[in-house]
Design a protein around this ligand. Structure first.
Ligand code: GLN
Length: 379
C-alpha cells in the first residue's frame, strides 16, 4: 500500500463519534446538529425528490443552484460573482478544500497550515503530495508570530490554509491580521485557501471578513464553504469553491475527476435555503449565541479553563489539572465514565499538545444541559 497513508491516521473526530455510539454517551465530538434544518427546506427536498432530478446534475453544479449561490454569496461579500465562471459546487467543503489544495499545489510544494488546525488540511496536503508547514496559533488568544509566518512564506510556501472562523479554536481573524497575511501572499506570490464554512456563526463584537474581498486578494484566493453549518444540513454534502475564472477552470477539472458532482435532488432543494431572507441568518446567530452561553456556563462551573469562541461552535477545554497522561485517555474516560464525548485536542495539533478536549455546542439546549450537568458533576 501507498506510503503516504502511513503519515496520517483516520479522522479522530469521526472515530470519536463511533466510540460515542458504542457507549451511548452524549456526542459533542463531531460537529453536527441534533436538531432539524428549517421545515421549508425539508419540504423543498420532498418536492425535489418527486421531481425529475434523479440523474447527474451538471458537473460544476446544477445551474439553478449555482445561480442561487452566486446571488447569495455576492450579496454577503459584495463581490460580483458569475455562476458560470466563478464557482464550482462540490460534495461538502471537505471536497472543496481538497479541490483547492490540488488546484494550487503541485507535489513537493509547501503549504502553510496553522496549528491547531481542522484535521483534514494536513491529510489534504499529504494526499496531494504537498508538504504542510505548521505555524502555531498560541493559546489562549491563538495569535501567530508574524516573523515566523513571514519566514514560512519566504521559505517558498506555495499557499496558506486559513480556517476563519476557526475550527477548533474559535478564533475570528481580525481584519488587520488578514491584511498582514494578504501582504505576505502578495509579496511572495502565494495562494490563499480559505475555509469559511462558519461564515454565519460569529459572536459579537467579532466580525467576519471575507478574505477574497481584501485589496488584491480576489486574484489569489480560493474560498471554500458549504451549506452544512449555515442551514444545519451536514448530511447533504453541498459545498463550493469560489475563485476567479483562471482558477475555477482548473478547479473544475479536479472536481470532475474526484466526484463528478454533488447530489442532484439536494442541489435542487437547497435553492430554497439560499433564497432565505437576511432574518434567517440573524436568527441562526441568536440561536448560536444562546447555545454558546448555555454551554460555556457549564464549562465555567467545571472550574477548568477553556477557549472562548469568537466564531464557529467549538471550545477547547484544558484538562491538564485532571492528571491524565494523554488527552486520548481523558477522552475515553469521559466517554465511559462521565457520559460525554469530545475530541482529543492532539488531533488538531502538530505539536505534542495533550492539554485539550474539543467540545462542540451545535446541539439542542436540552442536550447541552444534559451534557453540561454530567461534565460539572464528573470532572
Ligand atoms: N467540521 C466538523 C468537525 O470538526 C465535522 C467534521 C466532519 O466529520 N466532516 O467536527
Amino acid at each position: 500500500p501507498a506510503r503516504r497513508l502511513e503519515v496520517f491516521t483516520e479522522s479522530v473526530i469521526r472515530e470519536m463519534t463511533r466510540l460515542s455510539n458504542r457507549h451511548g454517551s452524549i456526542n459533542l465530538a463531531q460537529g453536527f446538529p441534533d436538531f432539524d434544518p428549517p421545515a421549508e427546506l425539508i419540504e423543498a427536498l420532498a418536492v425535489a425528490i418527486r421531481g425529475p432530478h434523479h440523474q447527474y446534475a451538471v458537473t460544476w453544479g446544477a445551474p439553478r443552484f449555482r445561480q442561487a449561490l452566486a446571488r447569495k454569496h455576492s450579496q454577503y461579500t459584495g463581490l460580483d460573482l458569475d455562476a458560470d465562471r466563478h464557482l464550482v459546487v462540490t460534495c461538502g467543503s471537505t471536497e472543496a478544500m481538497m479541490v483547492a489544495m490540488m488546484t494550487a499545489c503541485d507535489p513537493g510544494d509547501k503549504v502553510i497550515v496553522f496549528s491547531p488546525f481542522y484535521e483534514n488540511y494536513a491529510a489534504d496536503a499529504i494526499l496531494s503530495g504537498a508538504i504542510p508547514v505548521h505555524i502555531t496559533l498560541h493559546a489562549p488568544n491563538f495569535e501567530f508570530d508574524r516573523t515566523e509566518l513571514r519566514q514560512a512564506f519566504a521559505d517558498g510556501a506555495k499557499a496558506i490554509v486559513i480556517c476563519n472562523p476557526s475550527n477548533p479554536c474559535g478564533k475570528v481573524f481580525t481584519r488587520e491580521e488578514l491584511l498582514f497575511i494578504a501582504g505576505l501572499a502578495e509579496e511572495f506570490d502565494a495562494f490563499v485557501l480559505m475555509d469559511e464554512v462558519y461564515e454565519h456563526i460569529v459572536y459579537a463584537p467579532h466580525q467576519h471578513t471575507y478574505f477574497a474581498t481584501l485589496p488584491g486578494m480576489w486574484e489569489r484566493t480560493l474560498s471554500c464553504g458549504s451549506l452544512s453549518k449555515t442551514y444545519s444540513i451536514t448530511g447533504w454534502r453541498l459545498g463550493h469553491v469560489i475563485a476567479p475564472e483562471n482558477l475555477i477552470s482548473r478547479a473544475k477539472k479536479v472536481h470532475d475527476f474526484l466526484t463528478v458532482g454533488a447530489a442532484a435532488p439536494l442541489q435542487e432543494a437547497a435553492v430554497t435555503a439560499l433564497d432565505f431572507p437576511a432574518s434567517y441568518y440573524e436568527e441562526l446567530q441568536r440561536d448560536y449565541d444562546a447555545k454558546r452561553d448555555v454551554f460555556l456556563g457549564y464549562m465555567r462551573q467545571t472550574g477548568l479553563s477553556f477557549s472562548e469562541p469568537q466564531g464557529a461552535y467549538y471550545t477547547l477545554l484544558d484538562i491538564s489539572p485532571l492528571g491524565f497522561a494523554t488527552d486520548t485517555e481523558a477522552a475515553a474516560w469521559m466517554t465511559q465514565e462521565v457520559g460525554v464525548t469530545g475530541v482529543p485536542g492532539s488531533s488538531f495539533y502538530r505539536e505534542p499538545e495533550h492539554r485539550f478536549i474539543r467540545f462542540h455546542f451545535a446541539k439542542k439546549e436540552e442536550t447541552l444541559r444534559a451534557a453540561g450537568e454530567k461534565l460539572v458533576e464528573g470532572l
